[in-house]
Design a protein around this ligand. Sequence first.
Ligand SMILES: [Zn+2]
Length: 153
Amino acid sequence: MADDFPRTQREFDARFGTDEACRAYLVQLRWPEGFRCPKCGHAKAWPVRDVRFQCAACGRQTSVTAGTVFQDTRTPLTQWFRAMWLVTSQKTGTSARTLHQLLGLGSYQTAWVWLHKLRRAMCGPDGTASRAASKWTRRSSAPSKRAYGAAAR
Ligand SMILES: [Zn+2]
Protein backbone atom coordinates (compact mmCIF):
# COMPACT_ATOMS: atom_id res chain seq x y z
CA MET A 1 0.00 0.00 0.00
CA ALA A 2 2.63 2.50 1.01
CA ASP A 3 4.59 1.66 -2.12
CA ASP A 4 2.53 4.15 -4.05
CA PHE A 5 3.98 6.96 -1.99
CA PRO A 6 5.26 9.72 -4.32
CA ARG A 7 8.90 9.67 -5.36
CA THR A 8 9.29 13.13 -6.78
CA GLN A 9 8.35 16.60 -5.66
CA ARG A 10 5.93 16.90 -8.55
CA GLU A 11 4.18 13.66 -7.65
CA PHE A 12 4.03 14.70 -4.06
CA ASP A 13 2.47 18.09 -4.80
CA ALA A 14 -0.12 16.52 -7.05
CA ARG A 15 -0.96 13.83 -4.56
CA PHE A 16 -1.05 15.53 -1.19
CA GLY A 17 -2.12 19.08 -1.89
CA THR A 18 -5.19 18.90 0.35
CA ASP A 19 -6.06 17.60 3.79
CA GLU A 20 -8.62 15.33 2.16
CA ALA A 21 -5.95 13.66 0.08
CA CYS A 22 -3.71 13.17 3.10
CA ARG A 23 -6.58 11.76 5.11
CA ALA A 24 -7.53 9.39 2.32
CA TYR A 25 -3.99 8.09 2.30
CA LEU A 26 -4.06 7.44 6.03
CA VAL A 27 -7.42 5.70 5.71
CA GLN A 28 -5.95 3.41 3.07
CA LEU A 29 -3.04 2.54 5.32
CA ARG A 30 -5.24 1.97 8.31
CA TRP A 31 -7.96 -0.02 6.56
CA PRO A 32 -6.58 -1.52 3.34
CA GLU A 33 -9.72 -3.64 3.01
CA GLY A 34 -12.05 -0.78 3.84
CA PHE A 35 -13.30 0.58 7.14
CA ARG A 36 -13.94 -1.83 10.01
CA CYS A 37 -15.35 -0.68 13.30
CA PRO A 38 -12.90 -1.75 16.04
CA LYS A 39 -15.79 -2.32 18.41
CA CYS A 40 -18.41 -4.21 16.40
CA GLY A 41 -16.74 -4.94 13.06
CA HIS A 42 -19.33 -3.06 11.03
CA ALA A 43 -18.05 -1.87 7.65
CA LYS A 44 -20.01 1.33 7.26
CA ALA A 45 -19.14 4.65 8.88
CA TRP A 46 -19.72 8.34 8.48
CA PRO A 47 -16.92 10.87 8.41
CA VAL A 48 -17.00 13.11 11.48
CA ARG A 49 -14.93 16.27 11.65
CA ASP A 50 -11.41 16.11 10.32
CA VAL A 51 -10.01 12.69 10.98
CA ARG A 52 -12.79 10.71 12.62
CA PHE A 53 -15.33 8.16 11.50
CA GLN A 54 -18.48 7.18 13.31
CA CYS A 55 -19.65 3.61 13.00
CA ALA A 56 -23.09 3.44 11.38
CA ALA A 57 -24.06 0.50 13.56
CA CYS A 58 -22.83 1.19 17.10
CA GLY A 59 -21.88 4.86 16.91
CA ARG A 60 -18.31 4.32 18.07
CA GLN A 61 -15.97 7.04 16.80
CA THR A 62 -12.57 6.08 15.47
CA SER A 63 -9.78 8.43 14.55
CA VAL A 64 -7.66 7.70 11.52
CA THR A 65 -4.69 9.16 13.32
CA ALA A 66 -5.04 7.37 16.67
CA GLY A 67 -1.72 5.84 17.64
CA THR A 68 0.25 7.66 14.94
CA VAL A 69 2.44 10.71 15.23
CA PHE A 70 -0.53 12.79 14.10
CA GLN A 71 -2.65 11.88 17.06
CA ASP A 72 -4.27 14.92 18.67
CA THR A 73 -2.46 17.29 16.37
CA ARG A 74 -4.09 20.54 15.40
CA THR A 75 -1.65 21.02 12.60
CA PRO A 76 -3.11 20.44 9.13
CA LEU A 77 -2.23 17.04 7.71
CA THR A 78 -0.83 18.73 4.63
CA GLN A 79 1.87 20.31 6.77
CA TRP A 80 2.71 17.01 8.42
CA PHE A 81 2.97 15.35 5.05
CA ARG A 82 5.18 18.10 3.71
CA ALA A 83 7.41 17.82 6.75
CA MET A 84 7.72 14.08 6.26
CA TRP A 85 8.46 14.60 2.61
CA LEU A 86 11.30 16.96 3.45
CA VAL A 87 12.73 14.59 6.00
CA THR A 88 12.52 11.50 3.80
CA SER A 89 13.32 12.88 0.36
CA GLN A 90 16.66 14.41 1.17
CA LYS A 91 19.52 11.96 1.46
CA THR A 92 21.40 14.04 3.94
CA GLY A 93 18.31 14.55 6.02
CA THR A 94 16.92 17.90 6.83
CA SER A 95 17.51 20.27 9.67
CA ALA A 96 15.05 21.87 12.01
CA ARG A 97 16.07 25.19 10.50
CA THR A 98 15.15 24.00 7.01
CA LEU A 99 11.78 22.77 8.19
CA HIS A 100 11.18 26.03 9.94
CA GLN A 101 11.90 28.10 6.87
CA LEU A 102 10.21 25.96 4.23
CA LEU A 103 7.03 25.20 6.12
CA GLY A 104 6.64 28.57 7.77
CA LEU A 105 6.33 27.01 11.20
CA GLY A 106 5.65 29.27 14.13
CA SER A 107 8.97 28.84 15.83
CA TYR A 108 12.27 27.09 15.58
CA GLN A 109 11.31 25.04 18.62
CA THR A 110 8.18 23.77 16.90
CA ALA A 111 10.25 22.75 13.90
CA TRP A 112 12.69 20.95 16.15
CA VAL A 113 9.90 19.01 17.84
CA TRP A 114 8.42 18.03 14.48
CA LEU A 115 11.74 16.92 13.14
CA HIS A 116 12.42 14.68 16.10
CA LYS A 117 8.92 13.27 16.17
CA LEU A 118 9.21 12.39 12.51
CA ARG A 119 12.70 10.97 12.80
CA ARG A 120 11.66 8.85 15.73
CA ALA A 121 8.68 7.51 13.82
CA MET A 122 10.61 6.74 10.67
CA CYS A 123 13.21 4.26 9.60
CA GLY A 124 16.86 5.09 9.09
CA PRO A 125 18.24 7.77 6.77
CA ASP A 126 18.85 5.21 4.02
CA GLY A 127 15.19 4.25 3.84
CA THR A 128 13.13 5.27 0.86
CA ALA A 129 10.21 7.61 1.25
CA SER A 130 7.74 4.80 0.75
CA ARG A 131 9.30 2.62 3.40
CA ALA A 132 9.51 5.59 5.66
CA ALA A 133 5.89 6.42 5.06
CA SER A 134 4.69 3.01 6.09
CA LYS A 135 6.71 3.14 9.28
CA TRP A 136 5.84 6.70 9.87
CA THR A 137 2.12 6.06 9.89
CA ARG A 138 2.20 2.82 11.80
CA ARG A 139 0.46 2.69 15.11
CA SER A 140 2.87 3.09 17.97
CA SER A 141 2.07 2.22 21.53
CA ALA A 142 4.11 4.99 23.08
CA PRO A 143 2.22 8.18 23.76
CA SER A 144 4.45 10.77 22.17
CA LYS A 145 2.63 13.93 23.07
CA ARG A 146 3.82 14.24 26.66
CA ALA A 147 7.42 13.51 25.83
CA TYR A 148 7.86 16.85 24.14
CA GLY A 149 5.36 18.87 26.07
CA ALA A 150 2.94 21.22 24.42
CA ALA A 151 5.39 22.71 21.95
CA ALA A 152 4.26 20.36 19.19
CA ARG A 153 0.85 21.95 19.02
ZN1 LIG B 1 -19.41 -0.30 15.40
